[in-house]
Design a protein around this ligand. Structure first.
Ligand SMILES: Nc1ncnc2c1ncn2[C@@H]1O[C@H](COP(=O)(O)OP(=O)(O)OP(=O)(O)O)[C@@H](O)[C@H]1O
Ligand SMILES: [Mg+2]
Length: 425
């Protein structure tokens, strides 16, 4: 022990400023009352301005909860862009539903098990079903069954136990876009047809997606039946974001460290994307800057500094992109930079810029279909917003076009950053 201490003292000198750094750990924050409320895992008690969506969700599942005979279960799609409360609302709904069913046991209420899974974290459908099965039957083998077999087995267990399974698959696009992904989604949705004769389907679904492209994976009849139960989450406006920020500030920050003006400013900055996550993160970052400067309150300058520092969050996402997606993103950002005062670029212009950039850099450009896949991938991970327009003339399809925008990243810095990380440019 002594020897160890001696060696340390020999090798590293303890400076005053280093020592103070550790001393500062002892001082409690002037700004934060409870920083945990800004963590991604934090679930707020109530979701402001999502009352209608929650009511709609409850209404959709009313027949199941009340044990009404249902031939096809209930499948709901929730669609909306980044940070709109989709995941949070479903988690809240699921846990309240389970608790409600437990408490009403004995009354004529169904016993519903709620499972939430994020498809981005699942490498395959088989792994996803096995994860659920292992919770239902702890000794269930990890390998050895196909996804279709696992699905059938999962439903038969629920039938045997006379329970219902409500499965929420968040970011569903990740699994659907994989090999055979669409077939299993199809089987999952159609699975209940096996129970048609007894009007007692064991499985219901909540599918969450950011993109509007889910229909491209399903046949039109199936999609149109599903779309009757689609809940669209719209971006928050500045007033709604202000309310969300205020509620979180009351919870997490010391009183008098934030003003209405500061919260309004953050709400206005974030309202172009309508993204609550971004707004809350900006508030948290501004509070961190204020704290590190030992300020007694959050000032506008802290918000400005926070805005600049929020770009690195997405830098790692961009660095990890495959080369062609980087070039597509570069093409979008260079057009937006050049246009300066317009919010979006047309996909036709982006395609031309992409091809030109590929030629200039000696990379062979991919075909139209693949180019669209790149755009959709970038949209899916929230780096761009893609609005697809399907063109028709006299009932004939003229193909699709679209508009692309980037609302929450500084375009000039993005161009510079992409120029740095694409070696071919
Ligand atoms: N109405 C709201 N009231 C309070 N907090 C909210 C509200 N909507 C979103 N949030 C907060 O914003 C953050 C993002 O919400 P959530 O993760 O549910 O968004 P999402 O729509 O699932 O986004 P993504 O598509 O990126 O997964 C969370 O911290 C959540 O607590
Ligand atoms: Mg989510």
């Amino acid at each position: 022990m002594y020897r160890f201490t001696f060696i340390l003292q020999e090798q590293f000198s303890v400076t005053d400023s280093n020592y103070k750094l550790f001393e500062s750990l002892k001082h409690s924050s002037q700004i934060f009352q409870n920083e945990e409320v800004f963590e991604p895992s934090f679930i707020p008690e109530c979701l402001l301005h999502r009352e209608t969506e929650l009511k709609t969700l409850v209404q959709h599942f009313k027949p199941i909860i009340n044990r009404k005979p249902t031939a096809l279960g209930t499948h709901v799609i929730i669609q909306g862009s980044v940070g709109l409360g989709k995941t949070t609302i479903v988690k809240q709904f699921g846990s309240t539903l389970e608790q409600y069913c437990r408490e009403k046991q004995g009354e004529d209420i169904a016993q519903i098990l709620f499972f939430y899974l994020n498809c981005r974290r699942q490498r395959s459908w088989s792994i996803l079903f096995t994860t659920i099965l292992r919770q239902l039957v702890p000794a269930f083998p990890v390998r050895g069954f196909s996804a279709a077999e696992l699905l059938t087995y999962m439903c038969s267990i629920m039938k045997e136990r006379n329970q219902k399974l409500l499965l929420c698959l968040d970011e569903i696009d990740y699994l659907v876009s994989k090999a055979q992904g669409q077939d299993i989604l199809y089987a999952l949705i159609r699975n209940n047809e096996g129970y048609l004769h007894e009007n007692n389907s064991p499985l219901s679904l909540i599918l969450i997606t950011r993109s509007r492209q889910l229909y491209t994976y399903l046949d039109s009849a199936l999609y149109s039946s599903l779309s009757k139960r689609m809940i669209i989450f719209h971006p928050y406006n500045a007033t709604q974001l202000y309310d969300i920020l205020l509620a979180r500030a009351k919870n997490g920050l010391n009183l008098s460290t934030y003003s209405n003006e500061i919260l309004k400013e953050i709400a206005i900055i974030a309202h172009t994307s309508g993204d609550a996550r971004y707004a809350l993160e900006l508030l948290w970052r501004a509070a961190k800057v204020a704290d590190s400067e030992h300020s007694k309150e959050i000032l506008f300058e802290h918000v400005r500094k926070a805005q600049v520092s929020s770009f690195p969050i997405k830098q790692s996402l961009i660095t990890d992109l495959p080369l062609h997606q980087k070039i597509v993103l570069f093409s979008i950002t260079s057009i937006l930079k050049r246009q300066n005062d317009t919010m979006y670029a047309f996909t036709g212009d982006v395609k031309r810029k992409y091809e030109k950039t590929c030629q200039n850099t000696g990379v062979s450009p991919r075909k139209q279909t693949q180019f669209w896949v790149y755009l959709q991938e970038l949209h899916k991970i929230g780096l761009i917003k893609l609005e697809v327009i399907n063109r028709h003339k006299k009932g004939k399809s003229l193909g699709r076009t679209g508009k692309v925008s980037i609302s929450d990243l500084p375009v000039n810095e993005l161009v510079e950053y992409l120029q740095k990380i694409i070696p071919e440019l």
